[in-house]
Design a protein around this ligand. Sequence first.
Ligand code: CA
Length: 440
Amino acid sequence: MSNLNETHDKNLKSWVETANIKGSEFPIQNLPFGIFKSIGSKDIGQAGIRIGDQIVVLEKLLQCSVLRGKAEVAALKSRGGCLNPLMELGHDYWSELRKQVSDFLKYGSKPFTHSDVLIPIADVEMCMPAQIGDYTDFYSSINHATNVGKLFRPDNPLLPNYKHIPIAYHGRSSSIRVSGYATRRPIGQIKNADATEPVLSVCDKLDYETELGVFVGSVNDLGEIITLDQAEEHIFGCCILNDWSARDIQAWEYQPLGPFLAKNFATTISPWIITKEALIPYRCKSYKRPLADPKPLPYLNSRTHERLGGLDIDFEVSIRTEKMRKENIPAMVIGRPPFKDMYWTISQMLTHHTINGCNLRSGDFYGSGTISGSEKNQLGSLLEVTEGGKTDIVFPSGEKRKFLKDGDEVIMKAWCGGGDDLIKIGFGECRSIILSALEI
Ligand code: CA
């Protein structure tokens, strides 16, 4: 398990002044990776590291011979429009690149050509950071699982396996897009409760799910297990994930094999990958199970993991309707889910994924499942907020919602620290506007 090092020093400042503003999401302690291109260009995109309102272009650092050894190898592997080859290298390479970029950016390093290696974030559009091969979505919030379970089984909301096994389904990677890409309302087979037959219809119960996304870095061979204490070394980094969900399609199709077309029409992620190393200061205890709960099986449990397996990340999800945009009304916060309340950790999810010998590949991706806290203002989906569509959300514009309407924009944010803390590690934004469905 990696430890704190000089890149986490809270007193570090950068000569990129916007990184030093209190509350900046991208201070020198963050340094997330992404792929960007010029606005409107057809290029494949190139790799960069975010600092303040700028991007450090890795190709330019190579041209200026700023990087040495493993950091240079890592930057060379970031060529080609996706981060998969860099992710494959492993922790030592990512960490050395982070250290040398931190050294280069820190105040007092007197960079010789600083304007040449930076590009303003305002001049670019972000691309998918990796080619995602396989995508798995977990179900790791016991609050979410209980809230959803109650809608279907009021007396017995949690199924008997929940506290023993991290539940997941295999999702679809081809429809994952970065923040800003609009989301088309799906059509699908729906059977309303009072109908005898299903119909093909426009989804009327479109929802979001607020989740953490995790990118796998270094891999295991087919047949090889990644143990719990090794898991963290295999994780490259994290982002925000919106697992769009068509609740009416889901209700009819999900039994007996789980979600299919209710989920795979779209998934939105934030474009910057916050490295696992940047998150080290925000590790926390894994979920404290009540005494009556079963202990996880030994392969999902260790003393170190109990002490440091969790992550203290704050999430926020808000909605802004088309009318609110026209009337200049800001987005309304719907929920602030805390990630530290998750029943299963990202290491437990990774280890469980490989316990049968399933091999993971660099750039594979998994979602945590909807994050919900125990309070009403900490819910990560509309399904929970409106209790399955029984109650309304009321916006400052006077509009009401049970589920999302066309033109609504869903905006998710996440961060570690902030407040009185000197440093805030921001994840940026995951946002998307709902487009009307295609004609049937
Ligand atoms: Ca989900």
